[in-house]
Ligand binder design. Structure first.
Ligand SMILES: NC(=O)c1ccc[n+]([C@@H]2O[C@H](COP(=O)([O-])OP(=O)(O)OC[C@H]3O[C@@H](n4cnc5c(N)ncnc54)[C@H](O)[C@@H]3O)[C@@H](O)[C@H]2O)c1
Ligand SMILES: [Zn+2]
Length: 353
């Protein structure tokens, strides 16, 4: 089975093996293409398979610390050495770092060449490759140099999840849980059921397609993040603070899980989020073995939060659930409530959540 999502004006194909759809899409656009991939062996091997017929196939050593302007320049130079022209299609293969870096390179090279991304990590499939944001990090902060630029197509190669390390799968799962809290309904309920089963038995194709649709539907209504797209930051205001306050020892996925609990605690005080819904979210996160408490001091987290780039006129804004499936952005919360929540986050969830 293949699922094709057309909401964003370019195809997002979800398939166990995307090679045929990709080949057809390349052919429909004129044929000449180069492949850029993450040098991770399983990814590079897939890239060689999707790259048969490419005029070049370049493997680049990636990783979070290499999402830099220096890597961007190296990729642009490499593209130039292949003789790529304005009409040459760039096919990027890899996770979220590849999506951000190769997507940005293709936006800049020759003032923009068509870009297809073959997503190989869960984060790339449900988040990074969807919605047109591309970026590299600067010394001053993550994702500070980038642009909005739609790809010509996204291909979620679900079979790639088999070689993805467990910790990387969990990074993506935190975003899937976030999407499920935003949309509620079937997606949330199926996660509650699946959480009791081993990952090897999960219907990943359907799950990936459902999570993509949550993001695509929101981005469709607000492509440039002028309003509703902020919903996708659920759990991220607290999450980014925990990442930063821990010196990035806490991974993004773990931080989002912590952020979802913190948002639920704050929502009980601000939007009358029910304890019942809050406990459902906690139970799901716990079953997925996500962290729910942190040793970070409340004051340190608050200081890190005040640096958040999503701060509006110095006041703290939050994305908070009113119920599972009913999330609001632009909620302001009293500093005292935020501090109380940050304090509770240092304890295991008790009956107050
Ligand atoms: N642009 C956006 O909207 C957006 C959204 C979310 C995240 N991001 C970015 O995405 C990045 C995180 O993405 P990520 O978690 O995919 O990181 P990643 O690309 O570094 O991949 C994680 C690890 O898994 C490896 N890998 C990828 N696919 C594999 C596979 N199939 N088999 C084995 N190993 C595989 C990679 O080599 C890497 O070591 C961050 O830089 C983040 O800023 C961007
Ligand atoms: Zn995230």
């Amino acid at each position: 089975m293949n699922v094709q999502n057309e909401r964003l004006g370019y195809p997002i194909v979800v398939a166990r093996d995307v090679r045929r759809s990709l080949r057809d899409a390349i052919r429909a656009r004129g044929g000449r293409f180069v492949v850029l991939c993450d040098a991770q062996p399983a990814v590079a091997s897939l890239a060689r398979r999707v790259g048969s017929g490419a005029s070049a196939c370049l493997a680049v050593a990636l990783g979070e610390r290499r999402k830099t302007l220096a890597s961007l320049e190296a990729v642009l130079d490499a593209l130039a050495r292949t003789g790529a022209e304005r009409s040459t299609i760039v096919v990027g293969v890899g996770g979220g770092v590849a999506a951000d870096l190769f997507g940005l390179a293709s936006a800049l090279y020759a003032r923009g060449v068509p870009y297809f991304h073959v997503a190989t990590s869960l984060v790339a499939m449900v988040d990074a490759a969807i919605g047109g944001k591309t970026a590299v990090d600067l010394a001053a902060g993550k994702n500070l140099a980038g642009t909005f630029r739609n790809p010509a197509g996204v291909f979620a190669h679900v079979d790639a999840l088999r070689t993805l390390p467990f910790r990387s799968l969990r990074e993506g799962l935190a975003e899937v849980v976030k999407a499920a809290v935003i949309v509620g309904g079937d997606l949330f309920e199926s996660l509650e059921i699946l959480a009791a089963h081993p990952f090897s038995r999960w219907p990943w194709l359907e799950l990936v397609a459902a999570a993509i649709d949550v993001k695509a539907a929101i981005v469709e209504r607000d492509p440039l993040e002028e309003g509703e797209r902020a919903l996708l930051n659920l759990g991220h205001t607290f999450g980014h603070a925990y990442e930063r306050a821990s010196g990035y020892r806490i991974t993004h996925g773990a931080a989002v899980a912590l952020g979802l609990r913190a948002a639920g605690l704050l929502a009980q005080r601000v939007t009358h989020f029910s304890k019942r819904d809050h406990l459902r979210v906690l139970a799901l996160l716990a079953l997925l073995e996500m962290p729910l408490r942190t040793s970070i001091e409340a004051g340190d987290a608050l200081a890190a939060m005040a640096l958040d780039k999503k701060r509006l006129r110095g006041r703290l804004r939050f994305v908070l659930p009113r119920a599972i499936g009913d999330v609001r952005y632009d909620c302001e919360a009293p500093r005292a409530a935020v501090l109380e929540v940050l304090g509770l986050m240092r304890r295991v969830p008790a009956d107050r959540g």
